[in-house]
Design a protein around this ligand. Sequence first.
Ligand SMILES: *Cc1c(COP(=O)(O)O)cnc(C)c1O
Length: 396
Amino acid sequence: MSAQNPVFIPGPTNMPEAIRKACDMATIDHRSPVFGEILAPCLANVRTILKSDSAQIFLFPSTGTGGWETALTNTLSPGDRVLAARNGMFSHRWIDMCLRHGLNVEVVETPWGAGLPADRFEEILTADKGHEIKAVLATHNETATGVRSDIAGVRKALDAAGHPALLFVDGVSSIASMDFRFDEWGVDVAVTGSQKGFMLPAGLAIVGFSRRAVEASANAGLPRTFFDIKDMETGYAANGFPYTPPVGLMNGLRLATEMLLDEGLGTVFGRHHRIAEGVRAAVRAWGLELCAQSPDLYSDTVSAIKTPDGVNATDIVTHAASTYGVAFGTGLGEVAGKVFRIGHLGSLTDVMALSGIATAEMCMADLGLDVTLGAGVAAAQDYYRSTPAASVRQAA
Ligand SMILES: *Cc1c(COP(=O)(O)O)cnc(C)c1O
């Protein structure tokens, strides 16, 4: 049988058929006006999704990781001080990238499962009277732990300290799925990729720069070529790119952003929240706990679920793949073997989520965990029945 189950990994996410088709394009001349007709709506729609009036949007043939590199190399110089917290694998990797670029990172070690320590940031920024810290790195949604941090709180910390550092936000697993407010939060660089909330294949780094961040590029000493925003800006000005653009992916992005804006951002975020609440109801019914330490931190795009002592969480993921052909996420780094992750973002409905919950339940029962078949599904069903979906699309 060639039928395929949905994936429940927190990226890449399931792709709507229409978006797959939009990526499948005949070759066009990317120096013709046709390319501009794809590029312009992509840039405008991404800006709208970031809730910004003025952010400059850049699309690189890359992934979220290339977006991190774009943020760092266009704004900073070797030896610059950067402030970041390590509370999961993705914040860890961004810190590692800073170190490899010769930046001087002040790392606030934070429990995996906790949110960004805005109070600690405020103390450190206040103590930095000489304003040596040039940037604060903030992972909005730590995909390894299922923790969503309060970016408005990080902005408040910067403002309370009267500190001019740039604010860089990794929104790879939040943007287009959970509320993100570029302008209101005073974000200077927002980073995301194509294969999570945007429901596309991997292959695009999607970044937004504030005016201050663009200005910083004039004096930024880190070397950059492929990810140089000035080259990209020059390309855009002529409806083009500094090199060959991935036209099909960008055509997919145009459609994906139109679909998200047609659904309405509030509806998209509400759908993610509702689906996530059902998953969390199931987790409670299983008698298990989330890695996220408190409800205010719960992510609406991914749940990292702690397994009881003595149960290797990775076995659940391996078993799901081999026995049921369903993909869940393993634990990464410090929480490897201790959590498994259910990704619930992108092109997903409550009914699809129920199938993932049912599969996780079968796996846990197969492996001898003390869960009653149907308990998690029933809890999610109860939640979904009592909270109407904003819209249900019938197959055309
Ligand atoms: C997936 C992810 C990344 C890495 O993105 P790639 O597209 O795999 O390079 C970075 N940060 C977060 C929070 C992520 O979820």
